[in-house]
Structure formats: C-alpha cells, structure tokens
Design a protein around this ligand. Structure first.
Ligand SMILES: [Zn+2]
Length: 276
C-alpha cells in the first residue's frame, strides 16, 4: 500500500534513474498532458512530500520563460512508478494502465495508474501541497507542529485524524492501524482523550522511517510473509499479544483493524453535571 515510506522509496528510484539526465522523449496518456512533450528537458531531482511525488525539471530556455517545472503525481491506492533499462520489457502492470513514460539515454521511467498528474511551475508547488501538515519523512519534519495540528480538533477520532494529511503527511491506513495497536489506543478514541499524543506522533515517524529503503512494509520487525503486521490485514486471526480475534470495520475506503482487548473502546464522553 503506498504510504509515505513507499512514496519516499519511489522518489529515490526515480532520482537514481533520471536525476541529471536530459529526456530523450516523453509520453503522457492523460488528457490534460496529451500534447505535452518534455523532450530536451533535464530532470533536476525527484522528491516526495507526504504521499505526493515531485519530479523537478528544467525546461530548455527557448521553450518557455519559466525554467523550473514540477511533474506532480500521487499514487493513492494503486499507482506505481518503475524504472527500466532502455529496451527492457515493462512488466510492472498491464500496458493500458500506463499514464506517463519518461525516456533518457540511460533509463525509462514508466508510471502506472498515476493520479493527479500535473505539470506546474515549481514556484507554484505550494498551491498543491500547502495544505499538508509536517512530512514524517521530510528533512523539515516538525513533531511539535504535527501534535499542535492534531490537538486543534480534540473531538475527532484519532483514527480519522492520523489519516488527515493536513495534520501530518505520510500516514496511510496500514500505519494508522499498526500505530494505534502498538499504543493500545482504540481508533475511536477522540484525539483529546489520547493519553500521550507526542509519543504517538513520535512512533508514527519511527514506523515509517524504519521502512525506508525497502518495499516490504513491516511494523513487527519481521519481513516474513504473514508476519509483517500486528493487526492490519489480519481480521479474525488471533492477536499476537493476547490471542483475541482481530476485528475489522469497513467505513468506505477507511478500513480499520484493531484488537478489541488490547485497544479497548473508550468510555462515552462524560456529559458533565446535569443542569439543575
Ligand atoms: Zn490483543
């Protein structure tokens, strides 16, 4: 599942394949970019911010007066970028899912099922990304700011708040479920009732950081198949700590897994003293 660490890894793959290279061809299979041709453009760098991918490019001077451009993409649930050697077969996904192809003399980057694909002046990146909270894997990660943003809406459940990229950028459903299990917190606990918000935020950062540089996401320390999570994807299987069957609830695309024993449901909010 593409969460902050997967996007971070993908940015490194693209950086290694294309940074510094002059593009010898491009092919965009989305209507908005159908006529865009990046031939002759130079790839400056590839970066990630939360779950957003930013491929920064330099346009050749005669093409446009704006020199620095960014090709933005988002992987959501199903997007991938792959780098291939020239001539190598593109096998990651069926060809009809290809949305972008970038060619250089040394490598070909192929983007499948990309979302929010857009080319914009680098100076305008904030227009797309300005709403994001601190990036868990960013050089400017700011845990105090993430805690401040979370705490600003104390009535929202912690499960929802962790997924809201305006609070902190990079946590998806897998890390949300695993993090709350590790902290012993029910996903339905209001943010204001979470005992140690800074500790929860710090653990979120450690979980993502631990998975940088590899594609198998693990929160248990094991990379063995079937052993990589405590609760995520384990409905009805015994909790690794207490043996209780792991529960699952589907709320649209927000699937939540939790252990009802290790993560007890919070008591209803105290309504206070009734008025006389
Ligand atoms: Zn348990």
């Amino acid at each position: 599942m593409p969460e902050g660490d997967t996007v971070w890894n993908t940015a490194r793959v693209l950086h290694r394949a294309l940074a510094g290279a002059r593009l010898t061809g491009s092919d965009f299979r989305v209507p908005a970019l159908a006529t865009t041709d990046l031939t002759g453009w130079t790839v400056t760098e590839s970066a990630s911010r939360g779950k957003h991918l930013l491929l920064r490019l330099t346009a050749p001077a005669p093409v446009t007066s704006t020199i620095a451009w960014t090709l933005h993409s988002h992987l959501r649930m199903d997007g991938v970028w792959r780098a291939y050697a020239p001539g190598e077969r593109w096998t990651a996904r069926p060809a009809h899912l290809i949305r972008a192809v970038l060619r250089s003399a040394q490598a070909v980057a192929v983007g499948y099922h990309l979302h929010e694909l857009a080319l914009l002046p680098t100076a305008e990146e904030e227009r797309l990304l300005g709403h994001l909270g601190p990036d868990l894997l960013g050089a400017d990660w700011d845990p105090a700011e993430a805690v401040r943003r979370l705490a600003a809406a104390p009535g929202v459940t912690i499960g929802e708040a962790l997924l809201d990229q305006r609070n902190l950028a990079g946590v998806g459903n897998l890390y949300k479920c695993e993090l709350l299990f590790l902290r012993g917190i029910s996903p339905w606990t209001p943010v204001g009732a979470v005992p140690d918000l800074p500790g929860t935020v710090a653990l979120a950062q450690r979980l993502l950081a631990a998975n940088r540089g590899r594609w198998t996401q693990s929160t248990t320390g094991s990379l063995r198949r079937g052993q990589t999570s405590y609760v995520y994807g384990r409905r009805a299987q015994p909790c690794r700590r207490c043996g209780t069957a792991i529960a699952k609830e589907d709320l649209g695309d927000r699937v939540t897994y939790w252990c009802p024993t290790c993560q007890p449901t919070p008591p209803p909010a105290d309504p206070g003293t009734p008025p006389v």
